[in-house]
Design a protein around this ligand. Structure first.
Ligand code: F7E
Length: 358
């Protein structure tokens, strides 16, 4: 990469998963908060979707680079060429539901992928600081709430297992080779760049679709959901980026949990999202017959579809992020209602543009 002379001396950060949610949020954060050069890694494919990268693709301190977590040679090449000071690995197959359908792929990308990153760093850039994206899914079938760092790993999905494996690989490499490597445990984090298969974005997209149909007096398909009693600790992904950066810039590598410390059910998310769009509704019925209807009308907004149940469910995730708040001074800016509002309004804007464009 031929940078202008005044950029050549700067520190370099390699961020993987740059077309997803956390990758681009991290790039935005680094371009705003540091003067470092940022390399965003994605896989080569015939159809790359860069829609989440629009805010920085033309920034002179940003460079898009290609490699794959399932191809160690491609990571070696990138690490040798860039010689990064920081390596932030947000690339993963992160959809828990899909991990039962493609367990080998999930283990290869997420667990072996972490190992390949660590090996590249060990061999070619041992001074580089490494961040591994851990998950509250590692807690799984929880013993107690809220969950802290001492909670034992009890994963319930191949995805959860892949993240537990990554956690211990990071520990082993840190202790064996003195590499600065941390595996932060992040509870659910969402936002306007969230993929549509995750429940929050699925809900807000449907709210926008249904709102447009109601405004035009058209019929619509209700939103179809699986287990709406799941309890999650949801935050805004943008808030977590500062926490990840704090973890990477401590004197000695210590791992922390990032979470909002409060819980809500999927049902609550649905109610609030429709309410935000001006469509108040009510839940009624039980089990597979549970439905969310427009208040005082018989129009069904959301219903249960068994297809979206998982072979194994994590019933509750509730984080305790007190240590990073007290020790590193991290704190989130967005509340749960802020998050729902941002996501709904963003999808309403997108839906309106689609409706009115030729
Ligand atoms: O599901 C239930 C579903 O897919 C949340 C990932 O970022 O956070 C995320 O994992 C809950 C589950 O996220 C539908 O059964 C009901 O109980 O949005 P989700 P997740 O599985 O919690 C962790 C921390 C990660 O690390 C992961 O990478 O909602 N649910 N109905 C549904 N979920 C989906 N996706 N679709 C439904 O229709």
């Amino acid at each position: 990469v031929q940078y202008k002379y005044y950029l050549k001396m700067k520190k370099k950060v390699l961020v993987t998963g740059v077309t997803g949610q956390d990758g681009p949020n991290m790039v935005d954060y680094l371009l705003k908060e540091t003067d470092y050069l940022v390399y965003g890694m994605t896989r080569r494919s015939s159809n790359i979707n860069l829609s989440n990268c629009e805010s920085f693709l033309n920034n002179e301190r940003f460079q898009l680079v290609y490699a794959d977590l399932t191809d160690g040679g491609s990571l070696d090449r990138l690490v040798q060429e860039i010689q990064p000071d920081y390596f932030i690995n947000f690339a993963a197959n992160s959809f828990v539901g899909c991990s039962w359908d493609m367990p080998e792929h999930v283990m290869d990308t997420n667990a072996m992928g972490t190992l390949r990153c660590l090996e590249s760093i060990r061999r070619f850039q041992p001074k580089c600081r490494f961040y591994s994206a851990g998950s509250s899914e590692e807690m799984g079938d929880v013993d107690y709430s809220p969950q802290d760092k001492a909670h034992p790993p009890k994963p319930r999905s191949p995805y959860g297992v892949s993240k537990v494996a990554s956690r211990f690989l990071v520990k082993v490499y840190r202790e064996s080779y003195d590499i600065f490597a941390v595996h932060g445990i992040l509870f659910n984090h969402e936002g306007i760049r969230r993929g549509e298969e995750f429940v929050t974005r699925k809900i807000t997209k449907s709210v926008a679709r249904i709102k447009c149909a109601l405004d035009r007096d058209e019929s619509f398909q209700p939103l179809q959901l699986g287990n709406v009693d799941s309890i999650r600790d949801w935050s805004d992904s943008e808030d977590f980026m500062a926490g990840v950066w704090l973890m990477l810039n401590q004197e000695t590598p210590k791992e922390y949990i990032l979470s909002s410390n409060e819980t809500h059910t999927v049902k609550e998310f649905v109610s609030l999202a429709f309410q935000e769009a001006g469509i108040p509704g009510l839940w009624s019925g039980e089990g597979l017959d549970e439905k969310f209807r427009i208040y005082e009308e018989n129009k069904i907004l959301a219903e249960i579809n068994e297809e979206f149940y998982r072979p194994g469910e994590v019933d509750i995730l509730h984080g305790d992020s007190a240590p990073i708040r007290e020790e590193l001074g991290w704190s989130p800016r967005f509340s749960f209602p802020d998050l729902v509002k941002r996501m709904v309004n963003n999808d309403l804007e997108i839906a309106k543009k689609r409706t009115f464009s030729p």
